[in-house]
Structure formats: C-alpha cells, structure tokens
Design a protein around this ligand. Structure first.
Ligand SMILES: [Zn+2]
Length: 394
C-alpha cells in the first residue's frame, strides 16, 4: 500500500506532501482508497460531507454497532508521509491480518477517510468529521473559501457532492458504536512502538486581518505610511511572548501579504495564529494578549485589524472505558496526551473514541522528517487488529 501511496502529492525537491482536500493529489489518494476497498471486497459508502467509509460486514450483513477506524488522507503544506495515511493503511492492513487469522467479526468494521482534516485548504481543521458530527454550522462551512476565493460549496459541487446536503448524518452516527483512530505520534513522547491517547489539549486558530494603504516603497514618507506589515510583525512576536507567559504554544505559520511586491507597501496582511495549551484559560489569555498587542500596534500605524476565530476546540478527554479496553487488548500500553487535533477528538462528542499512537523516532510532524519505522508500523497494525478483534466480539 505504501508503494502506491507514497509518490502521490510528494514534492520532488523538499520531499513534503501537498494533498489538499479535493485537489488532484488528494483525489488520487481517494482513488487509492477506493481501489484498496474494492480489492478487499469492502463496499464503499461516501457520506454527504466528502468522507469515505469502506465496510467489512459480518455474515448477517448488519451495519449496526459498527466499530469505526481509519484517519485522513489530506496533508498540511509540505507535510509528512504518515500523518493521516498511517491510520488508513493500518486499518486496511489490520483487516487483512484478521482475515488471515480466520476472524469473522460479529460487528461490522468501517474504515473511514475523513475530508479536510488538516484544514489546509478551507481553514477549519477536521472539517469532514465536524460536519458529520454536527459541530459546525453547514451554512458556515459552505461559505468557507480557499486561497483562490473558491467556496467549499462550489468545490463540493464540482466533485459531485450536493452542498445543500452537508451536515450531521444521524443515520451513520447511529450505526457506529465507537471510533479507534491510529495515528503517527507527533512528538517524541512515545518510547515503545505503540501507545494510547489520554486527551487532546485545547487548541484553535485565529485569523488576523490587517488593512492599511498600499503605496510606493520609494516615494511614500515614513510618516504618511499605513503599513500593515508592522502590526503583523508585532503580532508574531507577541504570540511567542504570550505563549511563554501563559505556558502555552503559539505559532504564526501562515501569512498572506497583499499585493506582495518587493517595492510596494502592502495594503493588507492576513496572518493565522495557532494557539494550544494544557488549559483553555491559558489558550484564551494567549490569544487575548496577542490581539491586544496587534491592536495597539495597528493603532499606532493607522492600520485596522480584524480578528476572527476560525476554529476552537475544548480539551478532549477520551472515553476512559474504551481506553482501558484498548490498553487491555494490547496487554498494556503507555497512555499519553497530545497537542495535535484529530478527527477522533471531534467524533468523541458523539461516540466513545480512542486513539493509538505509533512511535515517531524523529519527533517531527507536519514536515518531511516525520517518520515511523517499518517494524513499528507493523506493530501498529498488530495492535489495531487486536483492538478491532476485541471490540467486534464484545
Ligand atoms: Zn493527522
């Protein structure tokens, strides 16, 4: 499976992956998913939100009481090979392993591939699972735009989906008993091949729109300028300072400068703040401090600033009973929290959810150095198979 998947959307120079939702590389990943499901005789049922589900049905053909597994296939810009696909590949491989062992599940197993998990195209992380779970207003989702100004509604329609049909799918949610997502670990916290998640820390994204006045870099006097780059610069520094003060993490990883000419004062700068931390209060205070610093500096330069929350997620404590059962099926496993958001965190609002992490020796993620050793990937598949076998027979 990796041989087919690894070349898709890979930047030949840097080695990073560019698989944004409904762009050609991501559509190729979806085709890969359909091929893998077809090759195993697993019927695929896409939902109205662009998520894919492949079903391994028990002999009586029921879809009720399903154990959902899988992850996502999209990537951040320049992302690693394993964030997302590891969970999908491992799900198919776990089914292969169970079949080899002659296991016949008493409950169905569904392999999911969730759309736009990274939010790299439309800005809202876990968009597919949020829509499915009913935790984002479909009208708001339809109006989300990508960097080219194209709406989600238009992109869905272009890909054969009805934008008016997006939103919670109670029939599907009602058929699923729990979700177990396997994912590459995104730090260096795991010292054995496989662990389980305890919690996801509070996190969110905020967009800062600075608007000034575009003008000539060579003829505009300093006192006449309304340069939005300056409050943006203060904002980026303030993020680091506020994070240090509040024990959080704050990152400005994306900025858009309009018009983006070397010899022009920008007319507008848009920057995105990602803030996370162990407590929701710490994250809130971090964002407030950054906003205050941005507004003060903007005022000094006669620049306006708008701040919009694009997504914010409270702390998620994964279901304790399911986690205990997962750990028991593995004969014990270390339990660790994560600073990364996941579809399992979103879906935990609607069903018991758990996560398995596979060791990442570099500790790097969202970058090409992200890694999982082949032996650890196999250990992940064996762990997921053990968990799925246990959950489909109880
Ligand atoms: Zn991921």
């Amino acid at each position: 499976m990796w041989a087919a998947l690894l070349p898709v959307g890979r930047d030949p120079d840097g080695g990073g992956y560019h698989r944004f939702a409904w762009t050609p590389p991501e559509l190729e990943c979806r085709d890969w998913f359909l091929d893998e499901a077809r090759g195993r005789g697993l019927p695929v049922e896409p939902d109205a939100n662009g998520n894919l589900f492949a079903w391994w049905l028990p002999e009586d053909g029921t879809r009720d009481g399903a154990v959902l597994t899988g992850s996502h296939l999209d990537s951040v810009p320049g992302g690693g090979a394993f964030d997302g696909p590891l969970g999908v590949v491992s799900a198919f491989a776990a089914i292969d392993l169970l079949r080899e062992r002659g296991v016949r599940p008493a409950r169905p197993i569904a392999v999911g591939a969730f759309a736009e998990e990274e939010g790299a195209r439309f800005g809202v992380a876990c968009l597919g699972s949020r829509l499915l779970a009913g935790v984002i207003d479909p009208a708001r989702a339809r109006a989300l735009t990508d960097a080219d100004g194209r709406t989600l509604a238009a992109v869905l329609a272009e890909n054969g989906l009805d934008p008016d049909a997006i939103g919670p799918d109670e029939a599907l949610l009602g058929r699923v008993s729990c979700f177990v997502e396997l994912h590459v670990e995104q730090g260096r916290a795991l010292e054995v091949p496989v662990g389980a998640a305890s919690a996801i820390v509070p996190h969110g994204r905020w967009r800062f729109d600075f608007a000034g006045a575009g003008d000539h870099a060579g003829t505009t006097r300093l006192e006449d300028r309304r340069d939005p780059m300056l409050p943006f610069a203060r904002m980026a520094l303030a993020a680091r300072e506020a994070a240090g003060r509040h024990g959080t993490l704050a990152t400005v990883g994306k900025v858009r400068v309009t018009p983006g000419g070397v010899n022009a004062i920008p007319s507008a700068v848009t920057a995105w703040l990602d803030a996370r931390g162990p407590s929701a209060g710490g994250v809130r205070r971090t964002v407030e401090d950054v906003e205050r610093a941005a507004r003060a500096e903007a005022g000094a330069h006669r620049v306006t600033v708008g701040v919009a929350e694009e997504s914010a997620s409270e702390a998620v404590e994964f279901d304790l009973a399911l986690r205990d059962r997962v750990c028991a099926a593995l004969g014990g496993a270390p339990v660790l929290p994560t600073g990364a958001g996941h579809d399992a965190g979103v879906l935990s609002a609607r069903m018991p959810a758990a996560m398995l992490f596979v060791r990442n020796p570099t500790g790097v993620s969202h970058a090409p150095a992200e890694h999982a050793d082949p032996a650890d990937r196999v250990a992940g598949v064996e762990a997921l198979a053990a968990v799925l076998e246990d959950l489909t027979h109880g």
